[in-house]
Design a protein around this ligand. Structure first.
Ligand SMILES: NC(=O)C1=CN([C@@H]2O[C@H](COP(=O)(O)OP(=O)(O)OC[C@H]3O[C@@H](n4cnc5c(N)ncnc54)[C@H](O)[C@@H]3O)[C@@H](O)[C@H]2O)C=CC1
Ligand SMILES: CC(C)CC(=O)C(=O)O
Ligand SMILES: [Mg+2]
Length: 370
């Protein structure tokens, strides 16, 4: 199979985990006889420095001419004082909007082998397997006005949480379709006791639910959801929610796995062009130190192979290899402690590649999980 992949490393550890992803994809191409053509594009702070634009037109063209987009992360303190339009994050938000990547799937699976690194008790984590479906092109991150002004002589600022019915309908539909393939439960998270947009969200969720009688719908207020994720995460199957609520809840949910460096994501559009990126950001505190956990990015590659290219076997091989590496006690610094060796980013990628190439290791782990 021949596919073209747009690679947007971005800033900070985005560049380091992207190197790992490319390494992994080359090894998959060799092992399974595929051809992946890579084309790099600028985005974020690096793009501002080189072109004055956080999302140059050329990058958008590269993405549109590709079969899938892989992104690292954007942002960093160097650009934090920039005006709104010249922030690295603006580049990513514009890319999501331009490609209409409305459905951000953020799976959260707790691995027993690294459960000791979660602040939660092992019995709370055992069997956690949930999917956050975050609306990605509307809500509070996109509503207008979003600006500073003066009211009655005083400085003020406004952001707007805007949705039209269709935007809500399509994300809820996506959540129900996904729940049908899973444990058939959707928890729609909102703030309907305060926000009008949430009351419309709830109404639409009820309407969509009537078309899926085999799937249970539960409504939950976002403050309660934040608490329930820690108290009893196993109750959740699919969570569907507004853009910012999903952003916050998914970082919180990452601690069910032990590290933010564990969560992958897929950002899906109605077309065949989708984007894959880790949930984490550019982690300026560890950037350039070869210590970032590359697993979130490698699992994002697995999501890309499965969703965009229907390469189920290859996606499974990555996921099983990651499990195998953790079960053999190897971890990056974010998950390590005095009982566990701490691997560099590059060493972790090597371990996963080796486990993937080792049919025996994969067979053992398949047997353990069957
Ligand atoms: N999708 C994206 O490009 C995102 C970009 N950002 C940007 O990233 C910059 C930093 O934001 P933060 O709030 O610090 O969030 P962050 O996700 O970059 O980091 C939060 C904490 O988690 C750690 N961490 C994150 N990923 C890790 C990994 N793979 N391995 C080990 N540790 C990891 C970091 O070291 C840090 O202590 C900001 O400019 C922000 O706007 C933040 C989130 C998403
Ligand atoms: C625009 C991004 C920086 C927002 C974010 O934190 C995310 O998508 O996870
Ligand atoms: Mg985030």
């Amino acid at each position: 199979m021949k596919k073209k992949i747009a690679l947007l490393p971005g800033d900070g550890i985005g560049k380091e985990v992207m190197e790992g992803a490319v390494d992994l994809l080359k090894s998959i191409a060799e092992h399974y006889h595929h051809e992946f053509d890579f084309e790099y594009g600028l985005i974020g702070g690096g793009a501002i420095d080189q072109t004055g634009d956080p999302l140059p037109d050329e990058t958008l063209e590269i993405c549109k001419a590709s079969d899938a987009v892989l992104l690292g992360a954007v942002g960093g303190p160097k650009w934090d004082e920039n005006p709104a339009e010249l922030r690295p994050e603006k580049g990513l938000l514009k890319l999501r909007k331009e490609l209409d990547l409305y459905a951000n799937l953020r799976p959260v699976q707790a691995y027993e082998s690294i459960a000791d690194q979660s602040p939660l008790k092992a019995e709370i984590l055992e069997g956690v397997d949930l999917l956050i479906v975050r609306e990605l092109t509307g809500g509070l991150y996109f509503g207008k006005p979003s600006e500073r002004s003066h009211h009655n002589g005083e400085e003020s600022a406004v952001d707007t949480l805007f949705y039209n019915r269709n935007e809500i309908e399509r994300i809820i539909e996506t959540a129900f379709k996904l729940a049908r393939e899973r444990r058939k439960k959707v928890t729609s998270v909102d703030k309907a006791n305060v926000l009008e947009s949430s009351r419309m969200w709830r109404e639409v969720a009820e309407e969509v639910a009537s078309k899926y009688p085999d799937v249970e719908l539960q409504h939950m207020l976002v403050d309660n959801a934040a608490m329930q994720l820690i108290r009893s995460p196993k109750q959740f199957d699919v969570i569907v929610t507004e853009n910012m609520f999903g952003d916050i809840l998914s970082d919180e949910a990452s601690m069910l796995t032990g590290s933010l460096g564990m969560l992958p994501s897929a950002s899906l559009s109605e077309s065949s062009l989708h984007l894959y990126e880790p949930v984490h950001g550019s982690a300026p505190d560890i950037a350039g130190l070869n210590k970032a956990n590359p697993v979130a990015m490698m699992l994002s590659v697995a999501m890309m192979l499965r969703h965009s290219f229907s390469l189920e076997e290859e996606a499974n091989a990555i996921e099983l290899a990651v499990k195998h590496v953790f079960e053999s006690g190897k971890r990056t610094a974010d998950l390590a402690d005095k009982n566990h060796e701490s691997l560099t980013t590059k060493a972790m990628v090597e371990e996963v590649k080796e486990a993937m190439a080792d049919d025996h290791a994969i067979f053992n782990i398949m047997t353990a999980y069957s």
